[in-house]
Design a protein around this ligand. Structure first.
Ligand SMILES: [Zn+2]
Length: 285
């Protein structure tokens, strides 16, 4: 384990301790921007096989193929509403490649990255697309290359989301779009679980933080701040209780309200590369 990098806006005020994961490793909150994170994260190589081996992906691989196809088709249709159609896609943290498989069918030219060597190899061999192994910021990918960059439940796992998003801002084309989805710490359910954890009303307090493999915990406000600190401008955010697929009548009724007020568990943000100030490395044509 190594020390997590601090959030970028920290001005030296003492961090607030939220709870302790283990001796010497707390979940802390930045007093300036409010982002919460674990103080220790694994080294990149350490995380590869020990956390993200085949076993980590097994539940995902065994989920209904049809349901995941439906979810990823809807996700890509949403991305296409920003890009105007398929183009070059980068799926960061592609896992078993279910999203890039659907992207191929929809006419995209996808590429995948994954911190897991097992999964990068699996995707490359099965789909015949470029699949890069390693943390995004350590890969030598071409700048201004992608029409869409997708980070689907990835940013909460990385050692430093600011560096990851700065890399994303470099890779995405000027008119391209970035889609980030993370668990919503500001959801009604998370807030209730945090309340119960704080007052010891819960058998497994703080379990919803998933501290074994999540190191950064975002609310709508801190996700927007993180993206905007990292060279992206945010176009929209939403937080449905459930993403597409079969919904119970109850969820169908409350979902638009949850989405609108960012109360749901799936926090989604779209962004573009922020316009760089004149003379700051911008190529004039
Ligand atoms: Zn901060």
């Amino acid at each position: 384990m190594t020390s997590a990098r601090k959030c970028r806006c920290r001005k030296g005020a003492p961090l607030k301790r939220v709870f302790s994961i283990a001796p010497g490793n707390d979940v802390v909150e930045c007093p300036d921007c409010g982002i919460q994170y674990a103080q220790l994260v694994p080294e990149p190589g350490e995380a590869d096989e020990s956390i993200y081996g085949y076993e980590y992906f097994r539940p995902e691989l065994e989920q209904k193929v049809e349901r995941r196809r439906l979810v990823f088709s809807a996700l890509l249709a949403e991305v296409e509403s920003f890009t105007g159609g398929p183009g070059r896609l980068l799926d960061v943290g592609a896992g078993d490649g279910a999203l890039v498989r659907v992207a191929l069918e929809r006419g995209w030219s996808p590429e995948a990255t994954d911190i897991s060597s097992v999964m990068a190899r699996h995707v490359g061999e099965n789909l015949g697309i470029p699949a890069h192994h390693g943390p995004l910021e350590e890969l030598s990918l071409e700048s201004d290359r992608y029409d869409a960059v997708v980070l689907n439940h990835v940013l909460e796992h990385v050692s430093d989301p600011f560096t990851t998003l700065e890399t994303v801002a470099r890779l995405v084309r000027e008119r391209g779009v970035v889609r980030v989805e993370v668990p919503n710490l500001g959801s009604l359910s998370s807030r209730w679980k945090s309340f119960q954890s704080r007052y010891r009303l819960k058998r497994n307090p703080w379990k919803h933080y998933a501290t074994g493999h999540h190191y950064w915990y975002f609310t709508p406000r801190t996700l927007v701040h993180t993206m905007e600190t990292s060279g992206l401008s945010v176009l929209s955010t939403r937080a449905p209780a459930q993403q597409w697929g079969e919904m119970s009548p109850w969820i169908r009724l409350v979902n638009p309200i949850f989405d609108r007020w960012r109360w749901g568990g799936h926090l989604v943000a779209y962004g573009r590369r922020a316009v760089r100030p004149r003379g700051a490395g911008q190529n004039s044509v």
